[in-house]
Design a protein around this ligand. Structure first.
Ligand SMILES: [Zn+2]
Length: 87
């Protein structure tokens, strides 16, 4: 999962901030929203500088991750409710 730098054409990497407050189950979602892109030469690149195509991909990836996280949470809640009922 890599994107092209809008300034120099080099590859940028997604970096994760070291300090993201823990929000319990929402942690992964919050974590993902705070992610930013960094070019080895130009440093941090704001999302608005990327090509529309790349921004679309980023948005889709974020959406997919959030859906997955939400599905995971729902499944966990369902399983807990189910297991509690068995007793
Ligand atoms: Zn660059």
């Amino acid at each position: 999962m890599s994107y092209q730098c809008p300034r120099c054409g080099d590859r940028v990497t997604r970096i994760f901030p070291r300090r993201v407050p823990g929000f319990g189950l929402l942690g992964p979602m919050v974590y993902f929203l705070f992610v930013s892109c960094e070019c080895a030469r130009c440093g941090l690149i704001p999302r608005r500088e990327f090509a529309p195509e790349d921004r679309r991909k980023m948005a889709l990836t974020t959406l997919a991750m959030m859906t997955l996280a939400a599905a995971g949470v729902s499944l966990a809640v369902f399983l807990i409710a189910y297991l509690t009922r068995l007793r």
